[in-house]
Structure formats: structure tokens, C-alpha cells
Design a protein around this ligand. Structure first.
Ligand code: TXA
Ligand code: MG
Length: 336
């Protein structure tokens, strides 16, 4: 299949492709999504095929208005309403009981719930509006790769497998949306993301991390059982203020490693030993910029001539939960 490379002025063409049951990747404020008509099972099946994604991992459904969200949910708890009003459009996915018969069961993987999100990206909104139907969209990467934050990441993974990509520049947030569900008036946080736990707590009081909920309690976000990102190269995390860092780098070199650092310029300036390659997480240690750059940096260093990627921890910065969550997954929890 020839993949069309579209711009944000080609929304009509993109909408026609989606209505014809094809896949179109589009920019959202978090990461690029791989969109299909959520009401069309054949189209939705193509998403799983193109990504190599397990069929029981449900997809987020993107809407262009709170009205559209209300039509797809059979019931909306009070706290969900409050959070929609506060954070939509934006990087928050809310899992709600699904209204039967409207969206394909392939989207929900047979669950009685659906994850809904109203993206802030104007291009994404325009596309959903032009299609006039909800759009199912996971991140537009091959399953197991870092989520795409630029159109060329999508091109790299999915060229030839999907109908089109709308290039609208790099994404602003750089990490996927926060995923929550409200159960018995409690807000459960399944995936940290663009909206932080403390942002949520300021509006609705205490939020429970789903990982701290009794393991026996079902269902959890099915995505939790899959490793998000298994890099081809080992990744280890380092602490910016580690006094032994130079020593550890020298040791890795003596073991024959070529190193790629994923690091802020500020921290790089303090490292005395030169390494094979690096990718900048921004001038200063800034969690917004580091989050924007994390996935692009992991992709860049995977392609570089290095054998070990060392990535900077930002755990000491406020609002770093989502960054650290993705980085710890990439590093399988390993620190140097
Ligand atoms: O920022 C984002 O959320 C991006 C953009 C494209 O919107 N999308 C994204 O989708 O990251 P995906 O498919 O890579 O992640 C969806 C997550 C998965 O962890 C999935 O298990 C969870 O949301 N999820 C979706 N529907 C669910 C449901 N009904 N119940 C529980 N978890 C659900
Ligand atoms: Mg994903």
C-alpha cells in the first residue's frame, strides 16, 4: 500500500480515507495516533494488524465534543463530568461504561467500558469533526516501539501499512494521555500521563494509583499487562547528581560499551568523560521539555552506533511521574 503524506490542509482527504475504512495517522497533543472509524469493525481490525497489537488491549476513542462523549457512554459519574469540564480538550482519557451497539466491539476488546478522550490538537479535532464519527486511535507506532512524537516516527514504523499520515509537526506533550476510571466515586489512575495526579487531586480530591489497588480487583487497564516499550538496546537510568557517574561511564567503556546519553545540556556539561553520542533533553533540567523529547531521544539513540543508552532521571522534579513511568519501562527498572 502506498502511504499518502498529507498536511493539515488535507483534512477532507484524510476524512474520506477514514470513512472508506482506511487507517490515517494524525497528530494529537500527546503523541501521533493511528486512527480508524470506531464504528467500523473491519477498519478497527486493521489497526491491530498494522501495529502488531494484541487484540485484547482496548483502544482509546477520540471525540470532538463532550456531546459526542455523552452519546457513547451509557452513564457518566459526577466526577467524570467535573474532570471533562476541567481538562478537556486535553491529555486525559476517561474510562466509562459503553453505550451498547454504537462502537465496534473490536475497540473495547469485549469490555463493557470504553476509554474516551477529547484531544486538544486542532488537527485532531478537525479530523474527527470532518469524519463526523468517533475515531479509535492507539499511538501510531509498531507495538513495542516508543510512541511517535513526530510524523517521521510514524513513517519509519508504518509506511506501506497505512493509507496516510497527516504531518502537523512535533507533539507538545510528548507522552501519552493520563488514563483514569471512576469506580464507586473513587478516581483510579491506570496510566500517568499529560495530566498529573496532583492536577487531578486539586479538582476531585484523592486519586488512587491503580497499581496500589488490590491485585485481585478486576478489571484493571488491560494495557498494564503489556510492556510498553522493549528497546533493541539496553537502557539504564542515571541520577544527575550521582557523584560516581564519571566512574560508572568509564567502567562501561572498559567493558567495551559505546554509550549514548539521553541527557539535559545542563547535566551533560558536568560529565567529564566524552561518549560516542548523545541526544538533548533540553538546555536546563525541565520536565516539560524532557517529556517532549524522551521518545524521540530513545528512537534516535536506538539508531545510533551505541550499545548502551544512559538516560537521565528527572524524578526530583515535580510532575515527573509520567516521564519516569515511561523511562522505567524502557529501562526495565535498571539504574546504573
Ligand atoms: O495520548 C494518548 O492516549 C494516545 C493518543 C493517540 O490519544 N493514545 C494512546 O493509546 O496512547 P494506546 O492504545 O497506546 O493506549 C491506550 C491505553 C492502554 O493502556 C489501554 O489498555 C487503556 O488505554 N484502555 C483503553 N480502553 C480501556 C478500557 N475500556 N478499560 C481499561 N483500559 C483501557
Ligand atoms: Mg501505545
Amino acid at each position: 500500500m502506498k502511504t499518502e503524506y498529507l498536511s493539515k490542509d488535507d483534512i477532507r482527504r484524510a476524512a474520506d480515507l477514514i470513512l472508506a475504512g482506511e487507517l490515517v495517522a494524525f497528530q494529537t497533543e500527546t503523541v501521533y495516533g493511528l486512527g480508524a472509524d470506531a464504528t467500523n469493525s473491519e477498519a478497527v481490525e486493521k489497526i491491530f494488524k498494522a501495529k502488531g497489537r494484541p487484540a485484547d488491549n482496548p483502544l482509546i476513542v477520540h471525540v470532538d465534543s463532550i456531546d459526542m462523549a455523552e452519546s457513547l457512554a451509557s452513564q457518566i459519574p459526577e466526577k467524570a463530568k467535573i474532570l471533562m469540564d476541567k481538562f478537556w480538550p486535553g491529555p486525559l482519557t476517561i474510562i466509562l461504561p459503553v453505550e451498547e451497539g454504537l462502537i465496534s466491539e473490536k475497540v473495547t476488546g469485549g469490555l463493557k467500558t470504553v476509554g474516551l478522550r477529547l484531544p486538544a490538537s486542532k488537527t485532531a479535532q478537525a479530523l474527527i469533526h470532518e469524519v463526523g464519527r468517533p475515531i479509535a486511535a492507539p499511538s501510531a507506532n509498531t507495538s513495542g516501539k516508543p510512541s511517535p512524537t513526530q510524523a517521521d516516527h510514524v513513517w519509519h514504523d508504518l509506511k506501506g501499512k497505512i493509507a496516510a499520515i497527516i504531518d502537523d509537526g512535533p507533539t507538545g506533550v510528548g507522552l501519552e494521555s493520563t488514563v483514569i476510571e471512576i469506580k464507586d466515586d473513587q478516581v483510579l489512575l491506570y496510566r500517568p500521563g499529560g495530566i498529573s495526579q496532583s492536577d487531578l487531586e486539586k479538582i476531585v480530591g484523592s486519586v488512587n494509583l491503580a497499581t496500589s489497588i488490590d491485585q485481585a480487583e478486576q478489571p484493571k487497564s488491560p494495557g498494564l499487562k503489556y510492556r510498553h516499550y522493549a528497546p533493541d538496546k539496553p537502557v539504564k537510568i542515571f541520577l544527575a547528581d550521582d557523584e560516581k557517574l564519571d566512574k560508572k561511564i568509564a567502567q562501561a567503556h572498559s567493558q567495551g560499551h559505546e554509550l549514548g546519553l539521553l541527557v539535559s545540556d545542563e547535566t551533560l556539561g558536568k560529565i567529564k568523560i566524552s561518549v560516542k553520542d548523545h541526544y538533548s533533553l533540553g538546555k536546563e533540567r525541565d520536565i516539560k521539555i524532557a517529556s517532549q523529547q524522551l521518545f524521540a531521544g530513545l528512537r534516535f539513540l536506538e539508531e545510533a552506533e551505541v550499545t548502551l543508552i544512559l538516560a537521565e532521571s528527572m524524578a526530583d522534579l515535580t510532575g515527573s511521574e509520567a516521564y519516569m513511568n515511561r523511562l522505567e519501562k524502557a529501562a526495565a527498572g535498571q539504574y546504573i
